[in-house]
Design a protein around this ligand. Structure first.
Ligand code: SAM
Length: 282
């Protein structure tokens, strides 16, 4: 049976193009087109938007994005074996799908797209986290993109949305929540993928904030959070010793007891401390 787009089912695509999953490329494919359409819908209104899809593989999610009305999709795939399957999709959606055979960690394809831009990816988890942190720290804010809709292992998704005091709370929570509104929008069991991974997965949707939640200089805030969470069990006066010569005074001026620990500090407190450190530098 053919799907709504007239293309063959994904199991047949995989068999015809010999796309046996490679562990080295983190290949766990989504073959249910109802599910990929549902994920595409989590990315928001795609009509009139350009979409960057990283790691399309055999193109299940790509088909969902196009069927949901994306104006253009730029698909960046490292595995050249996937290109013929992706070219078949491009032929079914003339002028709307561009395919780049490249490592997404080695290029910045956002220049090729026209706003509004949405980014969607089901990537190997390590690549996804690396790209997420890059997308959250472009040379200028607001960035070129409007939203990120990304699949992560559930534990990473929980870190992204975690609040102070929880085990999952850390640097990633602060980076994401400072500049975006981040929500877990779907949970997926291992059986949703072929082959199934060992862990559960979640889709996180992050919407850009035109201004970060609280004022602070990005470099100071990112330096502080890295130092604080590298030694998350230590008191802040010790963990942040290298951040300012008079760190105890800076903490107190920001209204933070120097004996507190990173995992207890809210985003607004981290931003207050970053401003206090910068005020002293100028
Ligand atoms: N999006 C497809 C789906 O949902 O079925 C495939 C998902 S699979 C988890 C990850 C995909 O990312 C694979 O097709 C893999 O080849 C590709 N990939 C892995 N590392 C990549 C990288 N650095 N740059 C671009 N693509 C990459």
């Amino acid at each position: 049976m053919t799907a709504i787009d007239g293309l063959p089912p994904l199991r047949r695509v995989i068999a015809e193009h010999g796309l046996s999953a490679r562990k080295s490329l983190g290949q766990n494919f989504l073959l249910d087109l109802n599910l990929t359409a549902k994920i595409a819908r989590q990315a928001g209104d795609l009509t009139g938007a350009d979409v960057l899809e990283v790691g399309p593989g055999p193109g299940g999610l790509t088909r969902g994005l196009l069927a949901e009305g994306a104006r253009h999709v730029l698909a960046v795939e490292k595995d050249a074996r996937c290109l013929p399957a992706l070219q078949d999709i491009a032929a079914a959606y003339p002028g709307r799908l561009r395919i780049l055979n490249a490592d997404a960690l080695k290029l910045d394809p956002l220049d090729h797209l026209t706003p509004p831009i949405r980014i969607v990816a089901n990537l190997p988890y390590n690549v996804g986290t690396e790209l997420l942190t890059r997308w959250l720290d472009p040379p200028a804010w607001p960035p070129a993109w409007q939203s990120l809709t990304l699949m992560f292992q559930k534990e990473v998704a929980q870190r992204i949305v975690a609040t102070p005091g929880s085990k999952a709370y850390g640097r990633l929570s602060l980076l994401c929540q400072w500049r975006t509104d981040a929500r877990i929008v779907m949970d997926l069991p291992p059986e949703a993928f072929t082959p199934p991974p060992k862990v559960r997965s979640s889709v996180v949707h992050l919407t850009v904030r035109s201004e970060p939640l609280f004022p602070a200089r990005a470099a100071t805030l990112f330096g502080l959070t890295a130092a604080a969470f590298n030694q998350r069990r230590k008191m802040l006066r010790a963990a942040l010793r290298g951040q300012a010569p008079d760190i105890v005074a800076r903490l107190e001026a920001a209204g933070i007891a120097p004996t507190r620990r990173a995992e207890e500090l809210s985003l607004t407190e981290f931003c207050a401390l970053a401003r206090e450190i910068d005020r002293q530098r100028t």
